[in-house]
Design a protein around this ligand. Structure first.
Ligand code: MG
Length: 277
C-alpha cells in the first residue's frame, strides 16, 4: 500500500479504529466477540461455477479454532445452510443460509426456517420452471435451486450480453408476479416477498449470543444489509464495536468499498486477517 492511500485500502491498516477495537476485544473478552463471515468470495475464492467453490483447509481450521475461542463464529451465506456447512466443514460454527432465512444450530444440528417462507417455495419454483430452458442454455444462464430462493447464474457465459438481456426480462416478469429480486455478482435471485436478509440474520444472532463486539466480512452487495445491521446495533448501543470488513475483488461493488471500515485483499487477505485474531 502506498503511504498516502486511504487507510481502508488494506487490512494492514490495523490502526483503523473499529478493527483495532475489535481485535483487542477478541483478545481481552473473547466470549463477547462475534465473527460473521460470508462464504463465496470471502472464505472461498470465486470460481466460474458455484458448485466448484472450495474453502481452503487452512481457513476451515482457523474457523474451528476461533469458534472455540470466540462467543460466536457464524457463516452467513446465500447458499442453503446445509450447503454452507458442507463447504466450510466446521462443526462449531453457526450457519445462516439462504441469506438468513435458514439457521443451522451447531448444538442440535437442526435447521430452523422462517415459516412464512415455506409457503412461497412452490410459487418460486413454478416461476423458474416456466422459464425457457433452451434459451437459458443458449445464453449460458444456469439455475441454482436454493429451495424457496432460485438463483440464475451467468458467470462464464459465452454470451454475457444476451444473458443479461434474458435476465432483465426475468426481472420484469418476476417483479410483475410479486416476487422480490436480488442482484449479486453475475447472479440474480428470485425470492419470496418476505422480509429477510443477511442483516436480519446477523442482528438475531448478535442478540441470542449476547455479542458486544461484532465483525462482518463480506464481498458483495447482499453483505451491505449485514453492515447496516451492525451499524444500527452500534448506534442503538446494543453493540460496543461494529466492524465492517470488505473483501476486494476485480468485481467489487463501489458501495461495498464505501461502506466498509476496512478492505482486505481477496479471500487470501481474509485468511491473513483471521490469523491475527
Ligand atoms: Mg460473497
Amino acid at each position: 500500500m502506498l503511504p498516502d492511500e486511504p487507510s481502508k485500502a488494506t487490512h494492514s491498516a490495523a490502526d483503523a479504529g473499529p478493527l483495532r477495537d475489535w481485535l483487542s476485544a477478541a483478545r481481552d473478552n473473547p466470549r463477547a466477540v462475534g465473527l460473521f463471515c460470508d462464504v463465496d468470495g470471502t472464505l472461498a475464492p470465486v470460481v466460474p461455477r458455484a458448485d466448484e467453490a472450495r474453502v481452503p483447509v487452512e481457513v476451515s481450521r482457523l474457523l474451528g479454532r476461533l469458534s472455540a475461542q470466540l462467543g460466536l463464529v457464524a457463516c452467513v451465506s446465500g447458499r442453503t445452510a446445509a450447503d454452507a456447512k458442507r463447504l466450510v466443514g466446521v462443526g462449531g460454527v453457526v450457519y445462516a443460509g439462504a441469506h438468513g432465512a435458514e439457521l443451522l444450530n451447531p448444538a442440535t444440528g437442526e435447521i430452523e426456517r422462517t415459516p412464512e417462507l415455506e409457503a412461497w417455495r412452490e410459487p418460486v419454483q413454478r416461476f423458474v420452471n416456466a422459464l425457457d430452458a433452451a434459451e437459458m442454455r443458449r445464453n449460458g444462464v444456469r439455475l441454482e435451486d436454493k429451495g424457496f430462493i432460485q438463483a440464475l447464474h451467468w458467470r462464464g457465459s459465452e454470451e454475457p450480453e444476451q444473458a443479461e438481456q434474458f435476465v432483465a426480462r426475468v426481472v420484469e416478469d418476476a417483479t410483475a408476479q410479486g416476487f422480490e429480486i436480488h442482484h449479486g455478482r453475475m447472479v440474480l435471485e428470485i425470492r419470496p416477498p418476505v422480509h429477510f436478509n443477511k442483516g436480519v440474520a446477523v442482528a438475531g444472532l448478535v442478540e441470542s449470543y449476547a455479542i458486544e463486539h461484532a465483525a462482518y466480512v463480506g464481498d458483495d452487495l447482499t453483505d451491505l444489509d449485514a453492515f447496516n445491521a451492525l451499524r444500527r446495533l452500534h448506534d442503538d448501543g446494543a453493540l460496543t464495536t461494529a466492524l465492517c470488513i470488505g473483501v476486494s475483488s476485480s468485481e467489487q461493488p463501489q458501495r461495498l468499498v464505501e461502506a466498509a471500515d476496512v478492505m482486505v485483499d481477496g479471500p487470501g487477505g481474509v485468511t491473513d486477517l483471521l490469523q491475527t485474531i
